[in-house]
Design a protein around this ligand. Structure first.
Ligand code: SAM
Ligand code: DTB
Ligand code: SF4
Length: 331
């Protein structure tokens, strides 16, 4: 796989028309008859993408556990007792080895995640080295390290970081029910810095945390109304981890998850919409509906950060069964 191939499959930066989505208009999309919603999403998907191609992104937790934030869903928060140890940051060599293995298995993007509120100067020196070396392998690079200041954003850009992931997670109205240690505006500020520095923005959220329909619509409105909207939009289904405050949250109806993917596709036509956390708990039929609804990216590899993900063989078998293929292997 060459860098050139990866450049070719990357979608054009989102140059969205100055169309603003009201939360009400998005709620109306959610309430469409299921077939009408999926038809509309599929039409838009086909206008912008090969509908049978999917982007494969492998995640690696480069610093696990002991996080100073209190995000109610997260097993890595030091506020919860989810049995996740506070580990040291991985060595650069271990990260590169994992990236090479991911590339050999067919991943085209490698995302390095850290359980930090924000990186320290010392952390940044190691991450810069990781980004440079993963980039040199010819993979797309992504990192998710918490909040960034201007200097850190610039350091990452210069190291060759293609995408920065920082999720809004939910709507502004529901946010305070889930996280108290930093506010919504902090997240918007980090995303703005990433955008200004010229990196691609990866931002999405989690559904199934007990949000109302209007709050779910509110998350999509926040994302879709960014100008430009994120190039990459991960939609996570809450992974309920024992020991976190959301461990006993009621299951989201899987069809409501599919609807969220469809609404993301309709409101952000050229974004990679990633069917993200929660796939291990999802049937193949629901995953197939997500692809039909416009999802065209998945996390690939048997581990997310601290929780499981379908293994590579199982995902390859599912893609084969659906006549789908990785973007990087298209044409
Ligand atoms: N610490 C950094 C931050 O929060 O920005 C980066 C890593 S953090 C684990 C990245 C994202 O993972 C969160 O914003 C959240 O959307 C997602 N996430 C964490 N725990 C999850 C869970 N149990 N279920 C679904 N998504 C989860
Ligand atoms: C994203 O939106 N989801 C990923 C990635 N970006 C960093 C993380 C999912 C984490 C699921 C829980 C865990 O494995 O700890
Ligand atoms: Fe920390 Fe990120 Fe988990 Fe929040 S989501 S507790 S910031 S690792």
């Amino acid at each position: 796989m060459t860098t050139q191939t990866i450049e070719f499959v990357r979608p054009a930066p989102a140059q969205n028309a100055p169309q603003r989505w009201s939360v009400e208009a998005i709620k109306t999309l959610f309430e469409l008859p299921f077939a009408d919603l999926l038809f509309r999403a599929q039409q838009i998907h086909r206008e912008h993408f090969d509908p049978n191609a999917v982007q494969l992104s492998t995640l690696l937790s480069i610093k696990t556990g002991g996080c100073s934030e209190d995000c109610g869903y997260c097993p890595q928060s030091a506020f919860h007792d989810a049995g996740v140890e506070n580990r040291k940051m991985l060595e650069v060599a271990a990260v590169i080895k994992a990236a090479q293995a991911a590339q050999a298995a067919g991943a085209d993007r490698f995302c390095m995640g850290a359980a930090w509120r924000e990186p320290s100067a010392e952390d940044m020196a190691a991450v810069v080295e990781m980004v440079k070396e993963v980039k040199a392998l010819g993979m797309e690079t992504c990192a998710t390290l918490g909040m960034l200041d201007d200097a850190q954003t610039e350091q990452l850009r210069q190291a060759g970081l293609d995408y920065y992931n920082h999720n809004l997670d939910t709507s502004p109205e529901f946010y305070g029910d889930i996280i108290s240690t930093r506010d919504y505006q902090d997240r918007l500020n980090t995303l703005e810095r990433v955008r200004k520095a010229g990196m691609h923005v990866c931002s999405g959220g989690i559904v199934g945390m007990g949000e109302s329909l209007i709050q779910r619509a509110g998350l999509i409105a926040q994302l879709a109304n960014m100008n430009p909207y994120p190039e990459s939009v991960p939609i996570n289904n809450l992974v309920k981890v024992e020991g976190t405050p959301l461990a006993n949250q009621a299951d989201l109806d899987p069809l409501d998850f599919v609807r969220t993917i469809a609404v993301a596709r309709i409101t952000m036509p050229t974004a990679r919409v990633r069917l993200s956390a929660g796939r291990q708990q999802m049937s193949e039929a629901v995953q197939a509906l997500c692809f039909l609804a416009g999802a065209n990216s998945i996390f690939y590899g048997d581990q997310l950060l601290t929780t499981g993900n379908p293994d590579v063989e199982r995902d390859r078998a599912l893609l084969d069964k659906l006549g789908m293929y990785p973007f990087a292997e298209a044409h």
